[in-house]
Write a protein that binds this ligand. Structure first.
Ligand code: GLA
Length: 350
């Protein structure tokens, strides 16, 4: 059995999922593969990390390593009453680890989909996303929202996914065929668990509580008058970003790629100036991309380093050129990838 689990980028709707707002990610054609078979214990080898892990699916503890993502899936399944056996296999692929393209959610979903297939678990794609999110929140201890897991579970070739992260209703929108997606990995690593992510999420949660709203998509401008300081600034951003996701959905429906590009840029500078999660490297890449013909560009994922995306009508060798320019200023080990919106996690037939 071989499972291919993609990475993801978010087109727009950043830092909105943990307040139950709107997001618009896509799965991408960079993958984590899990190849193996049923077994009594869990025995896994990660090629990228050159590291093995072994544990009993009946008895395991958090160990602080990459295998916690695998254990987390067992933890979450057991919490739901699934008694699942082990697996023996290897993990490899071309999705970079720690670049902000959701390599951890990709691994979680590879393991979960593998277990679903070999142990015939009756789980929908939405279940897969929720189980993987719970694994990450409650076992690994990363307080992420549901966007990454939804994108990887639900991805559809040629489409982005508009998701209401409160109701978990989603809609596939065709991604314009004349647009190319460049991912730029700034080479700056960031650890979500140890970053400011949790601090920001807590402020947003407390602000929502003060205005008596559960989901940020319900915030109105008058709610914001009850807030001040950082709480106000953060919810103001979220209000604007939720609206931008709705506007981006309209732009995609109208095949209006210029407006889409402008929305991406507005989102980037709002994230940079008001939400405070960009970095000099991300800002510089966005400027370089626009200077070289991108319709729009922005950081993708949590920020604080990691990756950005840019949309081009004619990419030619601009990726290479941008990389060279970037390296004149920053010494980091940056890279770029040209990707396409792709199918979500699933069995690999080759
Ligand atoms: C990370 C989290 C997501 C989301 C983004 C920011 O990728 O895993 O749930 O919150 O940051 O939009």
């Amino acid at each position: 059995m071989k499972i291919a689990s993609p990475g993801r980028v978010n087109l727009i709707g950043e830092h909105t999922d943990y307040s139950l707002g709107y997001v618009m990610p896509m799965a991408i054609n960079l993958y984590t593969y899990l190849e193996g078979e049923k077994s009594e214990d869990v025995v896994l080898y990660s090629q990228a990390l050159q590291s093995s892990a072994r544990f009993s699916p009946k008895n395991f503890e958090r160990s602080g390593g990459w295998e916690d993502y695998v254990k987390g899936i067992y933890f979450s399944l057991q919490k739901r009453g699934y008694d699942v056996g082990g697996l023996r296999g290897k993990i490899y692929g071309n999705l970079p680890i720690g670049s902000g393209l959701s390599s951890s959610a990709s691994l979680e979903l590879a393991v979960l989909d593998f277990l679903k297939e070999v142990y015939n678990l009756d789980l929908t794609r939405r279940d897969l996303a929720l189980i993987a999110k719970e694994a990450e929140n409650e076992f690994v201890g990363v307080p992420c929202g549901v966007m990454d897991q939804m994108a990887i579970a639900l991805g559809k070739r040629g489409h982005v996914i508009f998701i209401d992260t409160e109701s978990l209703k989603y809609e596939y929108l065709p991604f314009p065929k004349d647009l190319q997606v460049l991912i730029f990995d700034t080479g700056v690593r960031r650890e979500l668990a140890s970053s400011k992510y949790k601090e920001i999420k807590d402020i947003v949660t407390s602000a929502l509580k003060k205005i008596g709203k559960r989901a940020s998509k319900e915030i109105t401008p008058s709610d914001l008058e009850k807030l001040n300081g950082e709480e106000k600034i953060r919810l103001e951003y979220i209000l604007r970003e939720n609206q931008r996701v709705l506007d981006a959905r309209d732009a995609l429906k109208n095949r209006d790629i210029e407006t889409l590009g402008i929305l991406l840029l507005e989102a980037q500078w709002d994230l940079a100036k008001n939400y405070g999660v960009s970095s000099p490297e991300l800002d510089y890449f966005v400027k370089l991309a626009v200077k070289n013909g991108a319709l729009g560009a922005r950081l993708t994922g949590a920020g604080f380093g990691g990756s950005a995306i840019a949309l081009f009508v004619e990419l030619d060798n601009r990726g290479e050129f941008i990389l060279k320019e970037y390296k004149k200023r920053f010494m980091h080990n940056a890279k770029y990838y040209i990707v396409e919106p792709s199918d979500g996690v699933g069995r690999c037939m080759d």
